[in-house]
Design a protein around this ligand. Structure first.
Ligand code: SF4
Length: 490
């Protein structure tokens, strides 16, 4: 028999939110196992000692975590769901008849905290992971992924026009305070806060001294009106370019795959560019001494390999073989004579040192043009009328050592591990936590979003049920010592 459900609601005077949320609910576990009271210390400088009571910072971060866990894409959407979801209400500690914070307050609080607070929040979560023995610290895995920006590529304007407009706005918006100081524009205001140097360094502008500027990037001349920090990124599928950013992760080689560093840069910054800065930051911040750093061929630049090796870290990265781009004899057909410092070509002619290129950090060896121009093998060797060149890096010894790793079983194992280590974390972020597209705009805010997401992914691993407690790792005693030291001098 078909039933018709009557809509009739009784008044329940004895209802308690504590009883309405099931004992085994996910947010009960988060509340029991993750104490967020530390955030009050992180943000205490942003509050005055008098005035209207604010939204509790713990509540703010709990709401950020709800956004992460539920894949909610805006504060407005979040605050539309919190009042009607008992578990959310219970987690943030607001009773059924209490008014929850307004979505606009959350946006203002987020902007006031800035990247610095979110960076410290992320770091505290990594610290908890280290204390729980989840970080091994001996292997670092690098990767980056493209994330779409919240802007349309059709609204691009010339960068010169944008910079001129910005300059005028700053000029006329600048106000002098009664004490003689000057209020800076929003972007300059952000620069004042410390602790964000890394993301400011990789803001999309050309980094001098890293490589020759052999081609002009579209991002050098065009800028998007809606999100000036986003830059065009190519698509593998052949579709039109989209605007976006790169999210860079450094993952620990331990079983739990904890994210040790997260950085968002404009898409015009290649994956390999911030590698050395991230390694050095991790070593300094977590007092880790990794043995190997693993990345794909994009990370195998001379700059990265030499930097890692000089830091005492084995660079497990393939390198691109550009010698096979044409049909000429590749460099390994030429024999190097260490004693005489010259190459011997396949026809047995000497190629002495021709010049040192300090801008490209390499030696150039050249065969005599009188041999080359009469050589029967010339069509297979060079088109140059001045003879065949061979280039050798200033750091060839280090590069040879790194290429010798590629024959070892440890290298092959690390490469196999890399394939299943980092990509699933990006997959998880894109599938469940809105990592396909940033909801916020500008570099500072996308970094906030990236750090919050990385912190959330670490929290998931921290809260994962385990049969037996983890054994202490090389990382944990050191971090424990740092925490005790910090609390002693706080
Ligand atoms: S072209 Fe010049 S460098 Fe090449 S094999 Fe002949 S002589 Fe040697």
């Amino acid at each position: 028999m078909m039933d018709i459900k009557e809509r009739k609601f009784k008044v329940h005077p004895q209802v308690c939110l504590e009883q309405l949320v099931p004992e085994d609910h996910f947010y009960r576990k988060v509340e029991d196992e993750l104490d967020l009271s530390f955030v009050r210390d992180l943000v205490k400088d942003y509050y005055s000692s008098f005035g209207r009571p604010s939204v509790d910072p713990v509540v703010f971060f709990k709401l950020q975590l709800i956004m992460f866990f539920e894949g909610i894409r805006s504060e407005r959407q979040l605050m539309g769901q919190v009042p009607v979801n008992m578990a959310f209400r219970w987690y943030i500690g607001y009773d059924l008849d209490e008014n929850v914070p307004n979505h606009s307050s959350l946006t203002k609080i987020r902007d006031r905290y800035g990247v610095e607070v979110f960076q410290r929040f992320f770091e505290h979560i990594v610290e908890l992971c280290i204390q729980a023995g989840l970080v091994w610290g001996k292997e670092l895995y690098f990767d980056g992924t493209k994330v779409h920006a919240n802007a349309n590529i059709n609204s691009m304007i010339p960068r010169f026009y944008h910079n001129a407009q910005q300059h005028l706005e700053e000029l006329f918006n600048t106000q002098q305070n009664p004490d003689g100081t000057v209020d800076l524009g929003t972007d300059q205001e952000e620069v004042r806060y410390g602790g964000r140097k890394l993301f400011q360094k990789y803001d999309g502008t050309r980094i001098t001294g890293r490589r020759r500027n052999v081609y002009r990037r579209k991002a050098d001349y065009w800028v998007n009106k809606t999100d000036p920090d986003a830059s065009p990124m190519s698509r593998f599928t052949g579709d039109r370019a989209k605007l976006g950013y790169h999210t860079h992760y450094v993952i620990d080689g331990g079983k739990e795959r904890i994210i040790l560093a997260a950085l968002v840069t404009p898409a015009s910054i290649m994956d390999n560019t911030p590698m050395l800065d991230l390694v050095r930051w991790i070593r300094f911040r977590w007092r880790l001494h990794p043995d190997i750093a693993v990345g794909d061929a994009k990370y195998g630049t001379v700059y990265n390999i030499v930097g890692l090796e000089q830091d005492g870290i084995r660079a497990y990265t393939p390198t691109s073989d550009f010698s096979q781009k044409n049909d000429f004899y590749p460099a390994h057909h030429f024999q190097y004579d260490t004693e005489r410092d010259l190459f011997i070509c396949p026809q047995g002619h000497f190629m002495p040192l021709y010049k040192r290129s300090y801008s490209e950090q390499r030696f150039l060896y050249r065969a005599d043009k009188k041999f080359c121009n009469t050589c029967p093998m010339k069509p297979k060797c060079t088109k140059s009328k001045s003879g065949r060149y061979i280039a050798q890096s200033f750091f060839q010894g280090i590069l040879d050592r790194a290429s010798a790793y590629r024959e070892t079983e440890a290298y092959k194992k690390a490469m196999r591990k890399r394939q299943v280590w980092v990509e699933p974390l990006f997959g998880e972020g894109k599938q469940w936590h809105g990592m396909r597209k940033f909801r916020l705009r500008r570099l500072a805010k996308t970094n906030i979003e990236g750090l919050m997401r990385a912190a959330g992914q670490n929290i998931k691993r921290l809260l994962k049920p385990r049969k037996s407690p983890h054994k202490p790792t090389p990382a944990s005693p050191m971090v424990l010592a740092i925490s005790i030291w910090n609390s002693f001098f706080a």
